[in-house]
Design a protein around this ligand. Structure first.
Ligand code: MTE
Ligand code: MO
Length: 319
């Protein structure tokens, strides 16, 4: 890992003063309890290379967790994005050819308003918020990420889903010329995911366009990805080009690839082990080499907010 001294950091890489003062005001408003979590990204903003475009003023989300976010470097170099390769470093290393603009999203299915929208059409009406969430991969590692986005429900409501819309399906772009992993058959492309309509309308489900106050790097799912923080990371589908409202449960990539290992719900659950490893604990990326694993929490720590979605559902069978 490359650690640079202060003298090596170019002025363009340092947080503009206005952003810093904006945060100070937010901190005063939030009170002392939230201060550590809110302050952390600003303190680390000097790590963000100047080539990433800043997303302007952001609201601070009341749904943020009070944990110290991982470093920008961890979040952007330790990735799962099989369209760019299988190793954690592949998405950062192999995505230089990927072009997130122009970008269109097709909205279809059980909704009154359907059509093809540009990225700008999709995000224009939505105020952006910074929301610090836990991310728990099914592989038993985790991070804390300061995402930038807006509630998925606010986007979906614009299309006025009909009463037949019981599920929402999402699809990732297919561009083998820009995504070298798609030249192989590691997974069936496009990568597809889905949620029940109640899950999709939950305020914790976030449409994400940035991280650490800048536009999403390719490796994190530029220009538009989902974040569903109470579920294993594979539900948080990247680089979305299609949204479909459906009456029936949509197929999902990992449950198609290995139905005994990955279910449709994929709620984080320390009591249901993966057939090949325990889900009781997790390794926090960036923690000291020999630090103990930490316990995994039901619904990744979001049980108070989301457990009601699953009342009466057997979470062992519906894993
Ligand atoms: N299209 C697509 N989306 C994807 C994946 C993928 O391989 N392809 N990997 C998933 C997995 S397993 C995880 S853990 C998260 C990782 O997100 P991050 O790299 O931004 O941390 O993205 C998810 N979304
Ligand atoms: Mo994952």
């Amino acid at each position: 890992m490359l650690i640079r001294r202060a003298a090596d950091i170019r002025p363009s890489e340092i947080t503009p003063e206005s952003v810093f003062h904006g945060r100070r005001a937010l901190l005063r408003a939030a009170g002392f309890a939230g201060a550590a979590a809110l302050l952390a990204p600003a303190l680390r903003a000097d790590e963000i290379p100047g080539r990433y475009r800043r997303l302007g003023t952001l609201r601070s989300s009341p749904l943020s967790v009070r944990e110290t976010p991982n470093r920008f470097e961890d979040i952007t170099t330790y990735n799962n994005f099989y369209e760019f390769g299988l190793d954690k470093g592949d998405p950062a290393a192999n995505s230089a050819r990927f072009r997130p603009r122009p970008w269109t999203v097709t909205v279809e299915g059980e909704a009154e308003v359907v059509g093809r929208y540009t990225y700008e059409d999709i995000i224009r009406p939505h105020p952006l918020e910074e929301r610090i969430s836990r991310l728990r991969c099914v592989e038993a590692w985790s991070m804390v990420v300061p995402w930038v986005g807006f509630p998925l429900r606010d986007l979906l409501k614009r299309f006025r889903p009909t009463s037949k819309a019981r599920f929402v399906a999402f699809e990732t772009v297919v561009r083998p010329e820009e995504m070298p992993g798609q030249k192989g058959r590691t997974l069936d492309w496009p990568y597809v995911e889905g949620l029940t309509i109640a899950e999709a309308m939950h305020p914790l489900a976030l449409m994400v366009v940035g991280v650490y106050g800048v536009e999403l790097p390719a490796q994190n799912g530029a220009p538009l990805r989902l974040v569903v923080p109470w579920k294993y990371g594979f539900k948080s589908i990247k680089s979305i080009v299609r949204i479909r409202f459906m009456e029936t449960r949509p197929p999902t990539t990992w449950s198609l690839a290995a139905p005994d290992e990955y279910g449709f719900y994929a709620n984080v659950n320390p009591r249901v082990d993966h057939p090949r490893w325990s889900q009781a604990t997790e390794r926090r990326i960036g923690s000291a080499l020999f630090s103990p694993k930490q316990p995994t929490l039901p619904f990744n720590g979001y049980a108070a907010q989301v457990a009601a979605l699953y009342e009466g559902l057997d979470l062992v069978r519906n894993f």
